[in-house]
Design a protein around this ligand. Sequence first.
Ligand code: UTP
Length: 613
Amino acid sequence: MASAAERLSGLRIGGENWASEVPNLQLNLNILSPDQIELAKMLLQEGQGHLFAHWAEPGVDDDKKKNFFDQVLRLRDHYPGGLTAYIQNARRLLADSRAGKNPFEGFIPSVPSGEDLKFGDDNFVKLEEEGVKEAKKAAFVLVAGGLGERLGYKGIKVALPSESTTGTCFLQHYIECILALQEASHGGSNEIPLVIMTSDDTHMPITRLLESNSYFGMQPGQVKLLKQEKVACLDDNDARIALEPNDKYKIQTKPHGHGDVHALLYKSGLLKIWHDAGLNWVIFFQDTNGLLFKAIPASLGVSVTKGYHVNSLAVPRKAKEAIGGITKLTHADGRSMVINVEYNQLDPLLRATGHVDGDVNCETGYSPFPGNINQLILQLGPYIEELTKTHGAIAEFVNPKYKDSTKSSFKSSTRLECMMQDYPKTLPPTARVGFTVMDTWLAYAPVKNNPEDAAKVPKGNPYHSATSGEMAIYKANSLILRKAGVQVADPENAVFNGQEVEVWPRITWKPKWALTFSDVKKKVKEECSISQRSTMVINGENICLKGLSLNGTLLVNAINEAEVLVIGSIQNEGWVVKPIDYKDFSFAEQNRIRGFVIEKLEQFELNYSEPGK
Ligand code: UTP
């Protein structure tokens, strides 16, 4: 018996009887508008007649039928090339997947060239200075449309506290960093734009978070939200579109991945506006990396000095670590690209191309392929040029879970996906694509995993949990102060939610206090010391530490016009990191997922709300 696709491919779509193969659709033709009829023809032409198989006679469920076509229209309009292109791409990628085709067939991997930075040395300081100067020509793009299934948090990830000492959420922290860069870059005279890519799952909560907090200090017009749409799910290798199990008039949809950000930016017209306003850089970042902005100034400095069209931020990567490796791929036919290769593809690719040991560490103790952390700095001019050609379409992939080795059916529906970091795949070999490697402690501590999964992470691998994400912020701040000459005590080890972490003194500062290492050095004057049990919160621009000896909790709040010098010895009961059980529902979810709360016993608090010294 012929398959539905085969039968329908024989349809004479232009003829009068074009719908006769699908009687339930034929019955309903009279209630459809000319536009809806065109959409139905397109679906039939693409082998999607099954979508109408269960349709009721005219007069029954007519509203649902109208909603169905509204959804088809949305799916068509939000995909470069429309739904036809989506289905055809899906068939091709599903056939490749079934055949086990190697996406890197014919490519030889090699280590690309990039910049390896050492925190705090002269080169780093110079690059940070360069980056801060250039920040006035940057626009920031936060991709925040993800579901966060692995974390399993009920709310949106950007509303989670990045650390619980001050409770500052990720979005507030990001905005304050951008505002501090704006101020440091050119005295704040021009607004640095922030775009947030949302999805149906995150759009309303992000809007509410911004509105109920006065945009955390940004001008409302400075922040633009672009909502990504989901794509149709597919039931089989013929790319037959899946319907919702409980609503046969609704197409099942799933997220298309963060690669959508390029098409959305292209369509929004913002790139041209930015270009006309003299901007030069677009900086892409993700929802839960509390360290990222410590790496931004120097990385932007690298983009400027190297003239990179694409600069991927990276960290040293242990061989086989579950993080993509930045790799140069060269084809015999002359094609070449510098691209993220997922960790599960890197080892087979190396073995297949003469590296008998596959993905192994080199003499540095790390893989020679830097670990991609998916924060990108793109040069605006070449970016616009490329998107004018591609309209923002990004190489897609499909990852069906097959029922068995025949690969003829799926366990559940699948869909096409795309990733933001695959942007360089279509670039010409002349494009300047590089990377910037920084220490992990400085640049990367995402919050992705729920406590149970994090506790199962093999020893030595990062947990990427709310627990580790918060502890990483204290560690980074402690190490930065150490490098600036402060005697910061060693950490103590502790276990929260089954994860062993280092607990450093809980040191936090607002970005306006220090964006760069030079800022920190300027504000830490003479020998200071901070014990492991201490907490220090610096909330103000002109606060200097001089000969401070801290053993407890110190909070300093000052308006920008108040110059504060903190001197002397402070000793009190302080704030304690108290373990809690993540299954103890008497605590808020945001605390449970990190496995501790901050118990505030005693603190020394200084508040300066009047200008002066
Ligand atoms: P993640 O890989 O962390 O995915 O996304 P996720 O969807 O948030 O979480 P899981 O996989 O369900 O656990 C990396 C970044 O890309 C964004 C996320 O919000 C995060 O900042 N993202 C992801 C999007 O903006 N859209 C998407 O479709 C997927």
